[in-house]
Design a protein around this ligand. Structure first.
Ligand SMILES: Cc1cc2nc3c(=O)[nH]c(=O)nc-3n(C[C@H](O)[C@H](O)[C@H](O)COP(=O)(O)OP(=O)(O)OC[C@H]3O[C@@H](n4cnc5c(N)ncnc54)[C@H](O)[C@@H]3O)c2cc1C
Length: 348
C-alpha cells in the first residue's frame, strides 16, 4: 500500500494506547495513519508486568478498569489473536496490620462499584498460593482481575487495525505537529508531511515534550522501575501476586515476570521543579519506595533547557562563553566532547 499523505486521524506512537486507538478508530470507519519511531510495543508497552488490574486502583480509575475488563474478556476473539489472556485473579499480600488496614480502606471503593474484591486471612492466602515460605497477616483478592502479554496484545491491536485499513508505519519519527489558525492540520515526519484534521498523541513518555512545542502544559515525569523475566518453571499459579517489596505473575510458557513492586527511581530534572506542585502528593504517598537522585542528569537537563530557550547567551556572557569554549577546545585539542548544543548556545 502506498504511504498515505492525508488521513482522518494521525496517531503518534505504537504502544498499547496508540495501537488500540488505531483499531477502534479504524473500526468506526475512519482513515488512520499510525507513526512509530521504533517498533510496535518497543517502549513501555513492551516492558510491563502484564497485570490487568482493578484491585488497589485509584478510585477514579475503577470505572475505567471495569469497562476495560469487559473488553479484555472478548479481546482474543475480537482481534483474532492469542494474547495470553487469563482471568486468574490478583492477590495483594500484607505483612503488617497497617498494610492490611490500607487494603481494608480500599475495599470501601470496591463495594461502591460492586467489585468482587475481598479481604483474605493469612491462612486463605496460603490456600490461594500454596508453598509460600512465610506467613502473612492477610491480603486482598479480586478473582475477576487478569493478565495478558503486553507485546502480543499491542501487536494484535496493530495487526487488527491494519486489517481494517489503518496504515501502521514503524521506524518513522514524528518531528512536529503542524497548525494553522489555531487548528491542527497534520504532522511533519522524517518521511514527509501528512495532512490530518485530528492528531492523537499517544507518545508515552515523550508526550509532554511534544505538547510543550504547541504551548500546552501536561505535567509528566519519568521514573525508572525494574522488571525481570526468569527462565521457564513448572506451572505454579494463575494469580498475579503483589508482595510489599515485589510482584510477579507466571506466563503461559512457565517463566515469571518479576517486578520491583512500587519501588521507583526518579532523576531530578528541570521538569521535576516545573511540575513539583502537581506531583507532590504522589511523591508523598510513594514514601520510602521513591528514590530521588540529584546529579549529572539535572545539570545536563538544565543546560539543554537553557540552550533551547536561547538563554545560554544571557546566563553565560557571550564573550566569556566563547573564551571558555576556545579554552576547553584547546585543552582537549582534537577530542570532540563539546556537544553541538553547547557550541550553538555559547555562540549567541
Ligand atoms: C515496569 C512497568 C510495569 C508496568 N506494569 C503494568 C501492568 O502490570 N499493568 C498495566 O496495565 N500497566 C503497567 N504498566 C504501565 C503500562 O506499561 C503503560 O501504561 C503503557 O504501556 C503505556 O502505553 P503507551 O502506549 O501510552 O506508551 P508507550 O508504550 O511508551 O508507547 C509510546 C510510543 O510512542 C513512540 N513515540 C514517542 N515519540 C515519538 C515520535 N516523535 N515519533 C514517533 N513515535 C514516537 C515511542 O517510541 C513509543 O513506542 C507498567 C509500566 C512499567 C514501566
Amino acid at each position: 500500500m502506498a504511504a498515505r499523505q492525508s488521513t482522518d486521524v494521525a496517531i503518534i506512537g505504537g504502544g498499547i494506547a496508540g495501537c488500540a486507538s488505531a483499531y477502534y478508530l479504524a473500526k468506526k470507519g475512519l482513515s488512520v495513519t499510525l507513526l512509530e519511531k521504533g517498533e510496535i510495543a518497543g517502549e513501555q508497552s513492551g516492558r510491563n508486568w502484564g497485570f490487568v488490574r482493578q484491585q488497589v486502583r485509584d478510585p477514579l480509575e475503577i470505572p475505567l478498569m471495569i469497562a476495560c475488563l469487559r473488553l479484555w474478556r472478548g479481546l482474543e476473539a475480537e482481534l483474532e489473536a492469542d494474547i495470553e489472556w487469563r482471568q486468574g485473579g490478583i492477590l495483594h499480600l500484607a505483612d503488617t496490620d497497617a498494610g492490611m488496614a490500607k487494603y481494608e480502606a480500599w475495599l470501601e471503593h470496591a463495594r461502591t462499584y460492586q467489585l468482587d474484591s475481598r479481604k483474605v486471612t493469612g491462612r486463605e492466602a496460603a490456600e490461594l498460593l500454596p508453598g509460600m515460605a512465610r506467613d502473612w497477616v492477610g491480603g486482598l483478592y479480586t478473582p475477576s482481575d487478569g493478565q495478558a502479554d503486553p507485546v502480543k496484545t499491542t501487536s494484535a491491536f496493530a495487526k487488527a487495525a491494519a486489517r481494517l485499513g489503518a496504515e501502521i508505519r514503524t521506524g518513522c519519527i514524528v518531528q512536529g505537529i503542524e497548525t494553522a489558525g489555531g487548528a491542527v492540520t497534520g504532522l511533519s515526519t522524517e518521511a514527509g508531511e501528512i495532512e490530518a484534521g485530528t492528531v492523537l498523541i499517544a507518545a508515552g513518555a515523550w508526550t509532554s515534550a511534544m505538547l510543550r512545542r504547541l504551548g500546552l502544559d501536561l505535567p509528566q515525569l519519568g521514573v525508572r522501575s525494574t522488571v525481570l523475566r526468569t527462565s521457564r518453571a513448572p506451572e505454579k499459579t494463575a494469580l498475579g501476586v503483589w508482595f510489599p517489596e515485589f510482584g510477579f505473575r507466571q506466563r503461559r510458557d512457565g517463566s515469571f515476570n518479576v517486578g520491583a513492586g512500587a519501588s521507583v527511581d526518579h532523576d531530578i530534572g528541570v521538569d521535576t521543579l516545573r511540575h513539583a506542585r502537581a506531583f507532590w502528593s504522589v511523591a508523598r504517598d510513594q514514601g520510602g519506595s521513591l528514590d530521588l537522585h540529584l546529579g549529572r542528569y539535572f545539570f545536563e537537563d538544565l543546560w539543554v533547557h537553557l540552550d533551547r530557550a536561547g538563554a545560554l547567551g544571557y546566563v553565560i556572557k557571550p564573550r566569556i562563553a566563547s573564551d571558555l569554549l576556545a579554552a576547553i577546545k584547546e585543552a582537549h585539542a582534537g577530542r570532540s566532547f563539546v556537544s553541538p548544543s553547547v557550541s550553538s548556545g555559547a555562540a549567541h
